[in-house]
Ligand binder design. Structure first.
Ligand code: HSE
Length: 298
């Protein structure tokens, strides 16, 4: 009647896949405890590690939990404890981890009536209250693992892609907060045709590279000509960090989700460690505290 779960952090967009691509990190994430209660409905009973609302309708986990029980005839409810390790507004899927954890845990306690793909859809409802719009590029990898591609939103069509064995993600997380809604407000609704061509070419190249473990192709494709130019000024030293990652052998680098975290993908752990060192060196002079993670893609 109780389940303890680990809700992994995720990187969304991955340069060329705005709102459609994401990957699941290993070893960094929140913990949640969900238990059945005699009282109907959803209650957030405890939150540690973050100052977040405990009112069910204002909490991403609460909203996602309400979405999963909405049309179910059950004469009990659920209590949710959230132990945040992923900082809000960090760009590695903090709100998604809570939303995904809530629907995953409740589904387990209900005897798994929903498929994981359906859970992505339900978790997206919770995520929407954090970002101001429904997008699944963090909740999908959080629930399915590996890389995920949102092929379509209407209806939701998510494809899981295995990660090549030697691929590692490096994440530099500056301790400043960027709200997803603010990072979306700087975007333009229209894009030039030539940029759409460049971006779709790279997205196709990246997917092909992942399927064939072609690391050079992955590297050539990790580019973003649409979103990064509009968002990068929100992140101090972004260009310096990205350039140092590439100069030290990263396959590619960019903004993790809506930022401020900056990620790099690397072939092999040694390279990832070298790149992490170089990225942190080039962030030092900002005076902003930060932490680094190196992770396999799980
Ligand atoms: N795709 C989303 C964005 C992810 O970049 O706005 C952040 O939640």
């Amino acid at each position: 009647n109780e389940i303890k779960i680990f809700c992994p952090a995720t990187i969304a967009n991955l340069n060329c896949g705005f709102d459609v691509l994401g990957l699941c990190l290993e070893g960094i994430g929140d913990e949640m405890i969900i238990r059945k209660s005699a009282e109907k409905g959803i209650r957030i009973t405890k939150i540690t590690g973050a100052d977040l609302p405990t009112e069910t309708e204002k909490n991403v986990a609460g909203v996602a939990a309400l979405a999963i029980i909405k049309n179910m005839e059950i004469d009990f409810g659920f209590e949710i404890e959230i132990h945040k390790k992923i900082k809000a507004g960090s760009g590695i899927g903090s709100s998604s981890a809570s939303a995904a954890g809530a629907v995953f845990g409740i589904n387990e306690l209900l005897g798994k009536p929903f498929s994981k793909h359906k859970l992505v859809d339900l978790a997206m409802k919770g995520e929407a209250i954090a970002s101001g719009c429904e997008h699944a590029d963090n909740v999908a990898p959080c629930l399915l693992g590996g890389f995920t591609l949102v092929r379509g939103y209407n209806p939701l069509d998510v494809i899981r892609i295995e990660s090549p064995n030697e691929l590692y993600a490096v994440v530099l997380h500056p301790h400043i907060e960027i709200k997803t809604a603010d990072a979306r407000a700087v975007l333009q609704p229209m894009i030039p045709l030539k940029d759409a061509i460049t971006q779709t070419g790279n997205l196709g190249g990246l997917i092909a590279g992942l399927y064939t473990s072609d690391y050079d192709l992955i590297g050539r494709s990790l580019k973003d000509v649409i979103i990064e130019p509009l968002r990068k000024h929100l992140i101090p030293n972004f260009d310096e960090v990205k350039n140092s990652a590439i100069l030290n052998g990263a396959l590619g680098s960019g903004i993790s989700g809506a930022g401020p975290s900056i990620f790099a993908l690397c072939k092999g752990q040694d390279k990832a460690e070298k790149v992490a060192y170089a990225m942190s060196e080039s962030y030092q002079n900002t005076g902003i505290a930060f932490d680094m993670h190196i992770s396999r893609i799980n």
